[in-house]
Design a protein around this ligand. Structure first.
Ligand code: TA6
Length: 301
């Protein structure tokens, strides 16, 4: 399987596909600007580290396991075609099925600046159609360099409009959750999902002293993670997204999850997720295409 992939899409010394012990296929990207790894199942970018950084920017749990049909803890999970629990079907998977089904490579290449580009398309099946009976093409393009650009597009190739919720549920690596803040969301409204679901207004920067699980709505703002311990900032600029989710499980939920990298892996990550959720779900009209784009950049202080 990887021989054909490497023949058709491999790029010497830059992009290679290998079969993991789990049987899943992983793309490894290495160029002069940065490195990354991506599992074809779920089009799941697992790691990214620009050459300028001594610490990865995208976090992957040291307990992360690759397994067919299972989501991977960390990286940038693709949440699609809904975010969170399904609106009516309790038995449908949280955050949609996209991150646990096969995707196939449809294009690869090298950008003018030397970054590596890889595009994958979700492979529809009886299983996916049972949960999502709409004709569409769902593509993810990742461009790996000194920045990480991710473009998730939904093309409605059917005859009827449909509505999607979505997120690039990205885990960013930080020095310590107690020593970071997130700016860009000041004054914004959010759904607070801790202790129920309540609408609140953000006062100042977001800081962390316990579980935080918030969906900021009606915001196209760039967010910045200010990391005092690692002495860097992570810039998260987006388009085609009106929600931003900020999440840390904190210790109790992290221990219950059991795959956050014992004993305190949860302290070294924060999720800032470019999304369309809650009242920002997106109607994709028949024959049209919607694209969510996010670009990550790390700057040392
Ligand atoms: O984006 C935050 C969130 O919705 C949290 O409520 C938590 O469930 C997190 O996603 C992780 O979800 P997962 O299904 O990947 O364990």
């Amino acid at each position: 399987m990887t021989t054909a992939l490497n023949t058709q899409f491999g790029i010497n010394g830059q992009l290679a596909f290998r079969e993991d012990a789990s049987g899943l296929i992983v793309a490894n990207i290495n160029n002069a600007l940065g490195s990354a790894s991506l599992c074809l199942q779920g089009a799941h970018l697992m790691t990214w580290q620009p050459r300028s950084q001594t610490v990865p920017v995208v976090w992957l749990s040291r307990d992360a396991k690759l397994a067919a049909g299972k989501s991977i803890r960390g990286g940038a999970p693709v949440c699609w075609p809904w975010f969170g629990p399904h609106a009516t079907e309790a038995g449908f998977p949280g955050h949609g099925f996209a991150r646990t089904v096969p995707w196939r490579v449809i294009e690869s290449g090298t950008e003018a600046n030397g970054a590596t580009r890889l595009t994958l398309r979700l492979v529809a099946s009886d299983k996916t159609r049972a949960q999502w009976p709409h004709d569409c093409n769902v593509d993810l393009t990742v461009i790996v360099g000194e920045t990480l650009r991710m473009e998730m597009s939904t093309e409605n190739t059917g005859a009827a409009d449909f509505v999607i919720g979505e997120a690039l549920h990205t885990y960013l690596q930080i020095g310590d959750i107690g020593q970071v803040s997130v700016t860009g969301l000041e004054g914004g409204e959010y759904w607070d999902k801790v202790g129920g679901t309540n609408k609140r207004k953000q006062d100042g920067a977001v800081s962390f002293s316990g579980e935080v699980d918030r969906v900021y709505i009606n915001t196209a703002a760039e967010c910045v993670i200010h990391d005092d311990k690692l002495r860097r900032r992570i810039h998260i600029a987006k388009s085609g997204s009106l929600s931003t989710v900020v999440w840390t499980p904190w210790v109790e939920k992290a221990n219950k999850m059991g795959d956050m990298g014992q004993p305190d892996g949860w302290r070294e990550m924060v999720c800032v997720e470019s999304s369309n959720a809650m009242e920002n779900v997106v109607k994709v009209a028949a024959g049209s295409k919607h694209t969510l784009i996010v670009e990550y950049r790390a700057a040392s202080l």
